[in-house]
Design a binder for this molecule. Structure first.
Ligand code: ASP
Length: 625
């Protein structure tokens, strides 16, 4: 028989009780984490979101409570009434914050029973993830998950507070709207009222936030849900949350300052200090030094080792002399056997027209000086594993040469990025050996969100960097045309505007990315605020005037009614939380995520719908049987 809550009122949270509470009469409520039956004494570990405390049911003190204690099982919901008492010295559990006390119950109410779930929140080992997602309500009871979402809350709150203090207004934008181009597929929602017409869920609030600038709000932000129908990865979900902002009359410096301030506040909320201002690197330099536009500064960069090779050596090694020759270094890996090296080969992206040399012994046999010089240039210690990556003349990639003074060509970028992604993959694989990520793991473990004012130094553990000066256009192999590389509202550099049509390869975009520890945290730009420029960009996307009008007519109109120069950025909130919790996947920081197959296992979505619903929506499903 279950008991009613009646007029019973909770006095304390389980995890808050300490020795100082000894002697007090308390009422606690929660879930039975574990139960131990010692005959006349039954011990219940009672759990709520604050932690766990021990309840003692003594047959003499509470025969009725003891009887109920015999019946309760893990995850039953109970209320315990009793007195806090100090445990005997030998019963103190130093591992539990409440380990010095227990509650001598005088009454136990069983508020609800519980079916046996396939796993218990008290288990520490990670369960089969599908089961965790199906029984998400049980999974979310786990202390680790409770901690993730508490932290998420603190971080979100800090971001809101910081932006509000910096003069930003939080304004909501529609979910049922029109397509916003962010490079993904739209989710469409059929209109019942307008047969054959569809709303799109926003890929971002981009157009609306720009219109809010036209509307004179000056500084807008939103913790905004975005929807993008793309393939899922550990750091990608169909719907995710951005800290989205836009401001009027800014230069990018102003955007950076705003972001650095709210990021510092977010990290401080998690107990970590971030050093500001964040360093910057141009896109070209980032490619040269790291082979990626989201560098992980905890790892050694790439080194240009072209000088280590004579032209004759490059010819013998069949290396393209016109392309970069770089070395990557994985510290402390030691020498790898042939088998181990071969196991790593699938990690190299062969589609980039690049090749690699990872057999240093062999290189040293034919080109001893080159081999020594490469290691010297790369600053490699004896136990560091070094690989040379270079252009492969046998597998050239069809790509453009931008021919723009001081800019990297597409083919150079290909070689750098082959080296960069090989470096990232190997760094992941040999993480235990080189230990470069340990500093972050330690920071995550030691940071205490509640220790306000005593935050730990995060400068080595969390390394943000701005990437600036991206090219405005990318060469599209399929069409042989230069296409905008960013969303079409990104402004070109004012100084490069004259070359938009005549020399697209030379035009830089006034946009910026923020990366941290190899993860892209966000991107933004100064926007186009003139209709003529906006139309040119739509044209360069191959969009006719009619198509541009059909898709963005409202926006083009708005641009004509007094648009201030404006710019902004959006940062992935889930990713920030992922970094600060040390979670391996976004699914650990989103309460109800989808699986890699885009399924909500708990709610069982997506599903078919009734004929009636389809009819109302004027939709007929054409499925091949
Ligand atoms: N809307 C952009 C995005 O979602 C961010 C921005 O340009 O502000 O990536």
């Amino acid at each position: 028989m279950l008991d009613f809550l009646g007029s019973l009122e909770r006095t304390h949270l389980c995890g808050d009780l300490r020795a100082a509470n000894a002697g007090q009469q308390v009422v606690v409520m929660g879930w039975v984490n574990r139960r131990r039956d010692h005959g006349n004494l039954i011990f219940l570990d009672l759990r709520d979101r604050s932690g766990i405390c021990q309840i003692v049911l003594d047959k003499e003190l509470t025969p009725d409570g003891h009887l109920k204690g015999e019946q309760v099982r893990p995850e039953y919901v109970v209320a315990a009434v009793g007195k806090v008492s100090l445990r005997d010295a030998d019963a103190i559990n130093p591992k539990m914050p409440t380990g010095e006390i227990e509650i001598e119950a005088t009454e136990l109410r069983v508020l609800n029973d519980a079916r046996l779930a396939p796993f218990s929140p008290s288990e520490e080992a990670i369960q089969n993830e599908e089961t965790r997602l199906k029984y998400r309500y049980v999974d979310l009871r786990r202390p680790e998950m409770q901690r993730n979402f508490r932290l998420r809350h603190e971080i979100t709150l800090a971001v809101r507070e910081s932006l509000s203090k910096q003069g930003f207004l939080e304004i909501e934008t529609p979910i049922l709207t029109k397509s916003t181009p962010e490079g993904a597929r739209d989710f469409l929602v059929p209109s019942r009222v307008h047969p054959g017409e569809f709303y799109a869920l926003p890929q971002s609030p981009q157009i609306f936030k720009q219109i809010l600038m036209i509307s004179g709000f000056d500084r807008y932000f939103q913790i905004a849900r975005c929807f993008r129908d793309e393939d899922l990865r550990a750091d990608r979900q169909l719907e995710f949350t951005q800290v989205d902002l836009e401001m009027s009359f800014p230069r990018r410096e102003h955007v950076f300052a705003v972001v650095e301030q709210f990021c510092a506040a977010a990290f401080a909320a998690a107990g970590v200090t971030l050093t500001t201002p964040f360093p910057r690197i141009t896109y070209d330099e980032s490619m040269r030094q790291h082979g990626t536009d989201k560098p992980d500064l905890r790892l050694p960069g790439l080194t240009d080792v072209r000088a280590a090779f004579t032209d004759a050596a490059l010819a013998t090694l069949q290396i393209d002399p016109a392309l970069p020759v770089v070395a990557l270094r994985v510290p402390k890996v030691g020498e790898l056997s042939r088998k181990e090296r071969e196991d790593n080969h699938p990690l190299f992206d062969k589609k980039k027209g690049a090749k690699f040399i990872d057999d240093f012994k062999r290189l040293a046999k034919s080109f001893p000086e080159a081999a020594t010089k490469v290691r010297e240039l790369a600053g490699a210690a004896d136990e560091d594993f070094v690989i040379v990556v270079a252009g492969d003349p046998a597998h050239p990639v069809k790509a453009s040469d931008t021919k723009f003074e001081g800019r990297l060509s597409e083919r150079e970028i290909n070689v750098y990025s082959a080296a960069g992604s090989f470096r990232t993959e190997l760094a992941k694989k040999y993480a235990e050996k080189h230990g470069a990520f340990v500093v972050t793991e330690n920071a995550v473990q030691n940071a205490d969100p509640r220790s306000a004012g005593k935050a730990i130094d995060g400068s080595a553990a969390f390394q943000p960097i701005w990437i600036v000066d991206f090219p405005m256009f990318e060469y599209d192999l399929a069409s042989g045309k230069w296409m905008p590389a960013h969303h079409p509202f990104t402004a070109p550099y004012e100084a490069d505007m004259a070359n938009l049509i005549s020399d697209p390869a030379s035009v830089r975009a006034d946009c910026y990315d923020l990366a941290m520890n190899g993860l892209e945290l966000g991107s933004g730009s100064i926007r186009i605020h003139r209709k003529d420029v906006q139309q040119q960009i739509f044209q360069s996307l191959g969009m006719s005037d009619e198509e541009a009008r059909a898709r963005f007519g409202f926006f083009l109109d708005a641009l004509e009614y007094g648009t201030p120069p404006h710019g902004g950025i959006a940062l992935g909130l889930d990713r920030i939380v992922m970094l600060l919790t040390g979670a391996p996947s976004l699914r650990e920081v989103i309460a109800f995520p989808k699986t890699a197959k885009a399924i909500d296992l708990m709610a069982d979505a997506p599903t078919t719908v009734s004929e009636q619903q389809l009819k109302e929506l004027h939709i007929r499903v054409a499925l091949k049987s």
